[in-house]
Design a protein around this ligand. Structure first.
Ligand SMILES: [Zn+2]
Length: 96
């Protein structure tokens, strides 16, 4: 027997939503409840944590290099990376 893992689907949706916030969080623009939500999730979700760490490093490098806000270009690339990782991590339906 192989039951449909709706719990996994659920978690994936939550991660997807979180990752949307993570790029904002890493950029330092996230405040209040949203920020707490991200922090709490990162604490218990290793894959999102790894993602956040990677983004944080990218942002830190950018900040060092330009001491400015994350360029829209870099932000876009980070988002694309998140999207592709999400797509690779869990292929839902057929989108070839
Ligand atoms: Zn997660």
């Amino acid at each position: 027997m192989s039951p449909r893992t709706t719990a996994v689907d659920d978690a994936r949706d939550r991660c997807r939503q979180l990752l949307e916030l993570v790029s904002t969080y890493v950029d330092g623009d996230l405040t209040g409840a949203d920020r707490r939500r991200v922090v709490a999730h990162l604490r218990q979700c290793p894959c999102c944590q790894a993602m956040a760490n990677g983004l944080e490093q990218t942002v830190a490098l950018c900040r060092q290099a330009r001491s400015a806000r994350l360029p829209a270009d870099v932000r876009k690339r980070a988002r694309a990376r998140i999207a592709s990782l999400l797509a690779a991590g869990g292929r839902r339906g057929s989108r070839a």
